[in-house]
Write a protein that binds this ligand. Structure first.
Ligand code: CA
Length: 234
């Protein structure tokens, strides 16, 4: 996961500003995906994982605040930096309430924007690292060895795990008791441009239940949350 370049979704309808921001972010080494309206932004967020969203408030049709709200409703915790021409504290509060992590008022200083972008991404990565599990993990009668890509389950039975199975297990366990959104799984396990169907992930979960659950029809550890994602719970 770590060799991947940091990716930013830039949502801004003013073309000159959009181009200038994109150029500067790319010069900083970020991968930038462009969206010029709210619908395109949500479409991108649904299909890909981003490390940050830079989101203008005044967009045609659906405004940035609604976009932020919709992203959060789908249980996506991607950091969001709101850009706005307005500077009333009411707007700022509304933006933050609806799920934005930071707020910058236009016209802004480019250096300041880049600094905030860097800070938000860094903070989020640290949070993700903190939850990182070690090389092995024990739950119930099961032991998973992530490095060896194998597991020992009930009765000492050895299971050889595929690379993707190991990655998905690690991701779910690192986010114990939380729903991991489908987009995040796609990014982390399948990478950027190959999107398996929901059924593919479901089949992985079915296998995990067979390997690790006492009663695979009545799972205790591995759950799918319809339309949202998957969860490992203890
Ligand atoms: Ca605008």
């Amino acid at each position: 996961m770590s060799e991947k370049r940091t990716s930013i979704l830039l949502v801004e309808d003013e073309e000159n500003l959009h181009e200038a921001l994109k150029l500067n972010l790319e010069l900083e080494g970020y991968d930038v995906t462009s969206a010029f309206d709210g619908a395109a932004a949500l479409h991108a967020v649904h299909g890909e994982y981003f490390d940050l969203i830079i989101l203008d408030v005044m967009l045609p049709e659906m405004d940035g605040i609604s976009v932020a709200e919709t992203v959060r409703i789908s249980n996506n915790e991607v950091p969001i930096l709101i850009l706005s021409a307005r500077n009333t504290s009411a707007d700022r509060v509304l933006g933050l309430k609806k799920g934005a992590d930071d707020y910058l008022t236009k016209p802004f200083n480019l250096e300041e924007l880049l600094l905030r972008v860097h800070k938000l991404i860094d903070k989020n990565k640290k949070l993700q690292d903190k939850s990182s599990v070690g090389n092995s993990y024990t739950f119930g009668e099961n032991i998973i060895d992530f490095k060896a890509q194998e597991a020992t389950s009930k009765g000492g039975q050895k299971i050889q795990l595929s690379k993707k199975e190991t990655m998905l297990l690690k991701l779910l366990i690192e986010n114990k008791n939380e729903v991991v959104p489908r987009e995040k799984i796609l990014q982390a396990v399948w990478g950027y441009n190959v999107y398996p169907t929901t059924r593919t992930i479901d089949n992985f979960i079915l296998n995990f239940r067979k390997y690790f659950e006492e009663d695979s029809r009545n799972p205790r550890y591995f759950h799918s949350v319809r339309g949202v994602g998957y969860k490992y719970s203890e």
